[in-house]
Design a protein. Structure first.
Length: 247
């Protein structure tokens, strides 16, 4: 791994885990001392993190500060991800899945069904659900074989709470949790069926609706998740504020 990539990863990790709070000013000299490197990779890393929307300029000659996100920004990014993944699903349906991709997507659907049947109370079960969700979405995007599309989705996934790994589990409404996860599981099964049936438009619309369900779930549970400070489960949560009150 290059030195620049190590510095980018180290700074990103500190931002997403809350070591650097929103609004924290990030100066090259202290960061270089902290990470045991020169100022040049720090400068380049901050530029990379600015492109990921995790930092923003503090003004001319004033360096960078850790960014913050309104919840509506997160929801907009999730919706945009759904549109792009919908395009990926339509592409896969129109082109046809490779045998390997169909097998992997089928495995994800079957694994999700088994996890729900066994129950998700154990922490390792929740982790397995999250990994399975990531695998389903990643396989779908990869199978579309569109580098520009994959790059755009990857960029959106760097915004807190947007990636398929940002799954909210174990709220106080346990019955609601079960209904929510069952709906997500049913969505995956329906999406795969539409793709294998070569129903491109239906597959696309199902992915978009899947994203809107994600938004509704996060909107309903955000206050509770924020209150319990589940940053370990949801990296970047500290960067996200509430919805604007308007007026």
């Amino acid at each position: 791994m290059s030195q620049l990539r190590q510095v980018v990863d180290a700074l990103r990790d500190r931002i997403l885990t809350g070591t650097f709070a929103p609004g924290t000013r990030l100066m090259e000299v202290p960061l270089a001392a902290m990470l045991g490197t020169s100022r040049t990779p720090i400068r380049l890393a901050l530029g990379a993190l600015e492109r990921e929307n995790l930092v923003e300029t503090a003004g001319p000659r004033r360096g960078f500060v850790v960014a913050s996100f309104a919840l509506e920004d997160v929801f907009g990014a999730i919706e945009a991800r759904g549109v792009l993944e919908g395009l990926a699903a339509r592409t896969c349906a129109e082109r046809g899945l490779s045998a390997d991709a169909e097998r992997r997507l089928t495995d994800c659907v079957e694994r999700g069904r088994a996890l729900l049947a066994a129950g998700l109370d154990a922490p390792e079960a929740g982790d397995a659900w999250t990994r399975n969700n990531v695998a389903f979405h990643a396989t779908l995007v990869a199978e579309a074989r569109n580098r520009a599309l994959a790059g755009a989705i990857e960029g959106l996934g760097r915004i807190p709470l947007v990636a398929p790994s940002a799954v909210i589990l174990r709220t106080r409404d346990r019955a609601g949790d079960e209904r929510r996860l069952q709906r997500a599981q049913d969505d995956h099964a329906d999406i795969l069926h539409a793709i294998t049936a070569r129903q491109g438009l239906r597959a696309e619309m199902l992915l978009r609706e899947h994203a809107l369900l994600n938004i509704r779930n996060k909107q309903a549970n955000f206050a509770e998740i924020k209150a319990r400070k589940a940053t370990g489960d949801l990296p970047g949560l500290d960067l996200v504020g509430g919805m604007p009150t308007g007026g």
